[in-house]
Design a protein. Sequence first.
Length: 132
Amino acid sequence: MSRHETYLQWSKIILLSAILALAVWNFSNRPPTVSAQLAASSGFQSKHISTATNTPEASASVILHTIVINGGTAGAITVKDTSAADCSGGTTIAVIATLTGSSAQTLSYDLQTVNGLCLTTAAATDVTVSYR
């Protein structure tokens, strides 16, 4: 083996060792994986509704996070951006048709209201709403 070939072999070994050392360093310096869960102090509020009623949740701007349909009687749920206690006026965000006997369903919105938040359940639908 010539001097030139020996030099190339050693260069390859050093280069591969440097790449391996860099890869090991990179993987060992990563931050640990964290599984995030909302703490009790996340600021979310929730309300459970299980009757046919108008439910004024907030009379000021809030962020509607989720609506969970737990079951109950089939009917419509109307979600409005309004501060009126009887859920009148305002802007309709959603009209949700529910089915009897269906399994729990979570609807994520993550949108900000301007005037408030009011839900009207047309039947005894079991619903949980979360917002902040």
